[in-house]
Design a protein around this ligand. Structure first.
Ligand code: ARG
Length: 271
């Protein structure tokens, strides 16, 4: 009798252990962690062609760009579906910390300040240096950085371009706005004198709007690499998989094709 009870006990315990091994309580946090299945939410600021921007695809509003293509690849490699949350650039890391998205890709450079509030992946791209865009008619006025003293110079709030105005353009009057399209409209309608943008974005505007030109006489130093951002210390454990995808798309040329595709779509960018 004792033997039978002992056997039964052993069996019950074995079953209990097996059940433990299999059970993974499915909470909301788990379903967005780095396990396959479910959705993962990208946070971005889709006002930055060719990296992230809106187009009309057969009448349908779509967010595209090289960063967005990278995000789709990251989601696919995790076995997840991608959702996109379009938000203001200067709120992205805060909204991610509050759980509004799982990761951020937004042409966002590495910086000490950002690393205090979030964690980042390996670099996936380094843009051309920042550039200053002005009205073509006024291009002759700008030969050196001093020529921007007393001028109203625009940049997107919370970006490294806003820091350039404060730190490197003595006497310039900063005009910070949350949306890049508004910023460029301000320039077009002469409400500001210049706008500082990431190099590829500046060139995109100069190519598609013949009233605008880049101040090539005034270079602004090196760009820092763009990274994918996750919540501070990566509580959902996404970075290993994200870094694997980045290594893969850099090695097999996919990143180059994401960029080529984005460049050709950027001409259809919605303003
Ligand atoms: N590269 C700049 C930065 O890291 C500007 C990025 C703006 N991105 C955007 N999607 N609007 O601050």
């Amino acid at each position: 009798m004792k033997k039978i009870i002992a056997l039964l006990l052993a069996l019950v315990m074995a079953l209990a252990f097996a059940a433990c091994g299999n059970s993974s309580p499915s909470t909301a946090a788990d379903s967005s962690a780095a396990e396959a299945g479910g959705k993962i939410i990208l946070g971005t600021s889709a006002d930055y062609a060719p990296f992230e921007f809106h187009i009309l695809d057969n009448g349908e509003d779509k967010i595209v760009g090289s960063d967005v293509a990278l995000a789709y690849q990251i989601a696919a490699d995790m076995g997840k579906e991608l959702d996109i949350a379009d938000m203001n650039f200067d709120n992205l890391l805060t909204l991610m910390a509050q759980g509004n998205c799982d990761f951020v890709i937004a042409a966002m450079e590495q910086s000490e300040e950002r690393l205090q509030n979030a964690s980042c992946s390996d670099p996936y791209y380094t843009d051309l240096p920042a550039m200053i865009v002005v009205k073509k008619d006024n291009l002759d006025q700008y030969k050196s950085i001093e020529d921007f003293s007393g001028k109203v110079v625009g940049a997107q709030s919370g970006t490294t371009k806003a820091d350039i105005i404060t730190n490197d353009m003595p006497g310039a009057v900063p005009n910070l706005m949350t949306n890049v399209n508004d910023l460029v409209n301000n320039l077009v309608y002469d409400k500001c004198d210049a706008v500082v943008l990431d190099g590829a974005v500046a060139m995109q505007y100069a190519q598609t709007n013949d009233q605008l030109a880049i101040v090539e006489a005034v270079p602004l130093g090196e760009a820092l690499p763009y990274c994918v951002w996750v919540a501070k210390d990566d509580p959902k454990g996404l970075l290993p998989s994200i870094n694997e995808t980045i290594a893969k798309v850099l090695a097999d040329g996919s990143m180059d094709s994401f960029i080529a595709e984005a460049d050709s779509l950027a001409d259809q960018a919605l303003e």
